[in-house]
Write a protein that binds this ligand. Structure first.
Ligand SMILES: [Zn+2]
Length: 530
């Protein structure tokens, strides 16, 4: 054993390891700083947490850059050409991210490769040229300084070859999602997708390529979609429930409430369905095409997704998780240290407020935990209005219990408290939007059985208790001023039952996007003639 270790030690070229560590660090510092600054802008609400979050990212990205540079040491020439390429491409990518907030997404790489389709890449400023030359200079200077030589040691060569394979694998299919948001994997992976997508069966069909979309929206429009969780239409005070579970919504102006049917009774089917032009009868279509968010991103809306729950958790093996790729920024579903999964929805409010300080056209999706089981974990103590709730012993161990162990009265009290909190949350978001030119839809992903015929929760057979959802529309005074007919149109739908299909067509139509595939009959902003 000791002999083996010694042999390996003798076979390891430590100078190449040091060199790779240094190059990885310089690259990270020069180019990924732009990514860190970009991300920090979203996280700045809690500086300490942002630092923790970004440090975690830094470790991943530093390690992956080390692997890339160590792979390049396989041959002196490969290292020189590869490093110069990485530094120049890194300079380009960081420049556009830093000055224009343009990230090298798949769409942008497409624009980059066919230059006439995007003006952003036609702007070549002196500032950019200086930055490119500076990066080139750093690359050449460092290469000279370290005098890269070919190693004669077999183990070192073998390790470098393995690193090349890992790098190629990261470019084709990044193992860690976080790598997809940093350089160089982000632009290399997206270039790969663009250049070789014909052979990539996993890529969804880009809806923007199938149809044309025209943006007639105001420059300051803010669209918001709040996706509720397990909320029932008939447990909302605003819908005639005998308890006042929605005191805030009752008092708000320009709120319209609809009875609606959900696409399915499980989150991971409903959410993609909500975002898609396809309806529930075409599940394959839903999963194979990009969502309406990709349309807005393409039309230069600043699109963000914020959530206290993750779709990826359920969809590891499905392609649907790539919904997050349709927006400019996702904060961060699936295990962020910033937002704990299934935390109270209110933790998102400061982040939403921060996102809304951006100027220009915006669209924000807020995916809530709403009234998902365990209801008791969905609201803070001061929302415990209906009693007794299911918290028999005041102990957290209840979280392991299932709904059927709570008596019916307690269960409904607990559930209603979570609706009360949802009412507060919706009101809080609306307050942030009040002075903007804003249009908002809130719709639950599905509803919830509360013991009817012995059924609890959701999933399984489709029952009316699990699919009858609240669907609420709100718009600001400014929005109404710009769209004087909107009230009459929305009101004309209030007596008819609607469904999730209305979301795609209404959101696009109401905020001012037109296209041959927007069905006016499914838009709440067109008068209902039916
Ligand atoms: Zn759900």
């Amino acid at each position: 054993m000791a002999y083996m270790l010694k042999l390996i030690q003798k076979q390891l070229d430590t100078s190449l390891i040091k060199l790779s560590l240094v190059f990885a660090f310089i690259y990270c510092l020069l180019f990924n700083s732009a990514v860190f600054i970009y991300k920090f802008d979203y996280y700045k609400i809690s500086v300490l947490k942002a630092i923790i979050e970004l440090s975690k990212d830094f470790l991943y990205i530093y390690l992956s850059l080390f692997i890339i540079f160590f792979g390049l040491t396989i041959h002196r020439l490969v290292f020189i050409v590869g490093t110069i390429f990485l530094f120049l491409s890194g300079a380009l990518a960081s420049y556009y991210l830093y000055f224009f907030k343009i990230a090298p997404t798949k769409e942008m790489m497409e624009a980059f490769f066919c230059t006439e389709s995007n003006e952003a890449y036609e702007i070549i400023s002196t500032r950019l040229i200086v930055w490119l030359f500076f990066s080139l200079f750093v690359a050449i200077y460092t290469i000279k300084h370290f005098s890269v030589n070919n190693t004669k040691l077999f183990v070192t060569k073998l390790l470098a070859a393995i690193c090349i394979l890992i790098t190629i694998n990261s470019i084709i299919a990044p193992q860690y999602k976080v790598l997809k948001t940093y350089f160089p994997i982000q632009y290399l992976h997206n270039s790969y997708l663009y250049l070789f997508k014909h052979t990539n069966n996993n890529a969804r069909i880009d809806i923007n390529k199938q149809f044309s979309f025209y943006d007639n929206s105001s420059d300051d429009i803010v669209g918001v979609l709040i996706i509720g969780e397990s909320a029932r239409f008939d447990h909302f005070g605003i819908n005639g429930y005998n308890r006042d579970t929605t005191p805030y919504l009752n008092d708000l102006e320009n709120v319209f409430s609809f009875k609606a049917q959900s696409c399915s009774n499980v989150t991971h089917l409903s959410v993609p369905c909500i975002l898609s032009r396809h309806s529930k009868s075409n599940i394959d279509g839903i999963n194979q095409e990009t969502s309406f968010l990709s349309i807005l991103t393409k039309l230069n809306f600043n699109t963000s997704w914020i959530s206290t729950q993750s779709l990826l958790k359920y969809l590891k093996n499905l392609n649907v998780g790539t919904i997050y790729d349709d927006v400019n920024f996702a904060l961060i579903p699936g295990g962020s240290t910033l937002i704990k999964m299934n935390d109270h929805d209110g933790v998102m409010l400061p982040y939403i407020q921060n996102i809304l300080t951006n100027t220009g056209k915006q669209f924000l999706v807020v995916h809530t935990s709403g009234s998902h089981w365990n209801y008791l974990s969905r609201y803070p103590e001061n929302f415990q209005k209906f009693n007794p709730d299911c918290n028999y012993n005041g102990k957290a161990n209840f979280s392991k219990a299932d709904p059927s162990t709570c008596n019916s009265e307690g269960l409904i009290n607990t559930y209603d408290n979570s609706i009360l909190y949802t009412d507060f949350f919706l009101h809080s978001v609306i307050t942030l939007l009040k002075d903007k030119n804003a249009f908002l839809i809130y719709a639950s992903d599905h509803a919830e059985a509360l013991g009817e015929n012995g059924r609890y929760g959701h999933g399984g057979d489709l029952t009316i208790e699990q699919t009858t959802i609240p669907f609420i529309v709100w718009f600001s005074d400014k929005f109404q001023k710009n769209n004087p007919d909107v009230k009459i149109a929305i009101k004309s739908h209030t007596n008819s039952e609607i469904n999730h299909d209305f979301i795609f067509h209404s959101l696009l139509d109401c905020i001012g996007i037109s296209s041959e595939i927007i069905d006016k009959n499914l838009s709440l902003c067109k008068v209902n003639n039916g």
